[in-house]
Design a protein around this ligand. Structure first.
Ligand SMILES: Cc1cc2nc3c(=O)[nH]c(=O)nc-3n(C[C@H](O)[C@H](O)[C@H](O)COP(=O)(O)OP(=O)(O)OC[C@H]3O[C@@H](n4cnc5c(N)ncnc54)[C@H](O)[C@@H]3O)c2cc1C
Length: 449
């Protein structure tokens, strides 16, 4: 068996030069295997069945040595930078540069991306109750494109995902719409003792801000993370994700909201009354029934002392419609709204702002479980069969879609519309059940969120 030695180029060059200087045959046939290996397979001449012979004579060998010595020193490097490849590298480099400048250009990059998480800074936090708060998250850098967010507001109900960075898990949350402008003042302002408004943010929220109303779950990973972090922390968000496309021709809406389920109701109100810029005649009629376990979850209407004093008294009506600034959770017989002082959170302020700016088309009724006010079957039946008192609204609603939406925790949805179902690893609305199946409202499109 013939073993061909394999040398490194430097060694080989040395050997060749050594041989070149001494007029004797090399001690073994040098095949230049190392070099030959890098070249393309030699093509045989026509009719020939054997490969060309290796330089075995001294003449051939000398020629090969000459050729090798005059060959370029760094063949690999040279192959990397052929003219064709240089052009390719230039094009690639330019493409990467454009991508980089596109991404870092605040005007072009979007604040929310449905495929990637983008950074936001927790700018402020508005406590709504001991367990829930509105988190104001500002996109960084400022001045980025908000086009897809504006489109989401026009289309309907949408959500974003928030990332818990340590565990790398994400949960969905429904952004709260920007409050109507100018804002209503808080009770403190009305009384002259409040100073600069609810949280010093008069003048509205910037368009790059995403606001989330989040309830802290016991041992909840993502909600716990949001409630734990200090102001100024970077939070990563992904979206927008459409949860419900609202049809164009909506005439009437009845929204049953439980706890944080109020946020889709606010989104819907914002979509119909602001984002779509509908003419006055096309604006629908909307009633939101918002149920909470405790008064402090919404803290509408009354001071704590008043609540204690009035507890146990006979409540006139579980559904006291909100008018202007005086939100009430029912009233004892004979009491008027003006008699009781107002103490409410910024979120309730905003809900009432929506009511105040709706020209009588939006109504919000508050219910508190622990005070015995519930969204009952009779109440639902009356709302689902009632005709609008305002003739203009009534005429405008004729022949248009009637939407009945249910949004809230699992138990709330299951009670009113039947339990959700798991399909393909995702939770989806199940067949209609619960109270609404019993009532079986005719002419209403029913959705659960
Ligand atoms: C489209 C959409 C929109 C939403 N919008 C909002 C919104 O606007 N506001 C809002 O507050 N929520 C919203 N949610 C709910 C939200 O996504 C989260 O589900 C919620 O915040 C809880 O998430 P978490 O990570 O904090 O809790 P998780 O960690 O998921 O825990 C959930 C519950 O399970 C319990 N649990 C967890 N692990 C265990 C265990 N090993 N043993 C026993 N119990 C356990 C926890 O105690 C907790 O009560 C929305 C959900 C969806 C799908």
């Amino acid at each position: 068996m013939h073993i061909r030695p394999c040398y490194r180029p430097a060694q080989l060059d040395q050997l060749l030069l050594q041989y070149y200087r001494t007029p004797c045959n090399p001690p073994f046939p040098i095949q230049l295997r190392h070099y030959a290996r890098k070249r393309p397979t030699p093509s045989f001449s026509a009719g020939s069945t054997s490969p060309p012979k290796a330089p075995s004579t001294k003449q051939n060998f000398d020629a090969e040595v000459q050729r090798r010595l005059s060959a370029p020193r760094y063949p690999r490097l040279r192959r990397l930078f052929t003219p064709g490849k240089l052009v390719l590298y230039t094009i690639l480099g330019y493409g990467l540069y454009r991508l980089y400048t596109w991404q870092t250009n605040p005007q072009r990059s979007v604040i929310l991306n449905p495929r990637f998480f983008t950074p936001f800074i927790l700018e402020s936090k508005d406590q709504v109750s001991p367990s829930s708060a509105v988190f104001n998250l500002l996109s960084v850098p400022r001045g980025q494109n908000v086009g897809n967010v504006e489109e989401a507001w026009r289309r309907g109900v949408w959500s974003v995902q928030v990332m818990q960075p340590d565990l790398q898990i994400a949960r969905s949350y429904t952004p709260v719409p920007p409050p109507p402008s100018p804002q209503l003042k808080t009770a403190e302002d009305v009384d002259g003792g409040g100073g600069g408004g609810a949280s010093g943010e008069e003048g509205g929220v910037p368009p790059e801000m995403v606001r989330l109303f989040v309830r802290e779950e016991v041992r909840g990973e993502v909600s716990g993370f949001l409630h734990r972090i200090p102001l100024g922390t970077v939070v990563h968000l992904k979206g927008p994700r459409m949860e419900l496309e609202i049809p164009e021709d909506v005439g009437e809406v009845l929204f049953l909201a439980g706890g944080t389920g109020i946020t889709p109701a606010l989104q819907l109100a914002y979509c119909l009354f602001k984002a779509r810029g509908l003419e006055k005649e096309k604006l629908p009629k909307m009633r939101i029934l918002w149920a909470n376990r405790k008064r402090e979850d919404s803290r509408t209407g009354l001071e704590e002392e008043s609540v204690t004093a009035l507890r146990g008294s006979l409540w006139e009506n579980a559904s006291a419609a909100v008018t202007g600034h005086s939100a009430m959770v029912g009233r004892p017989k004979g009491e008027t709204a003006s008699r009781t002082p107002i103490k409410q959170t910024r979120l309730v302020d905003e809900i009432e702002n929506v009511v105040a700016h709706s020209d009588g088309r939006v109504n919000v009724d508050y219910y508190v479980d622990e005070e015995g006010s519930h969204i009952t079957e009779e109440l639902l039946r009356s709302h689902l069969s009632s005709k609008p008192s305002d003739q203009t609204v009534s005429r405008a609603a004729e022949g248009r879609k009637k939407l009945l939406l249910v949004s809230g925790p699992e138990g709330f949805i299951a009670h009113y519309a039947g339990p959700k179902e798991w399909e393909g690893g995702q939770e989806r609305p199940g067949p209609l059940g619960g109270l609404l199946k019993k009532i079986n409202p005719k002419g209403w499109d029913i959705w659960t969120l």
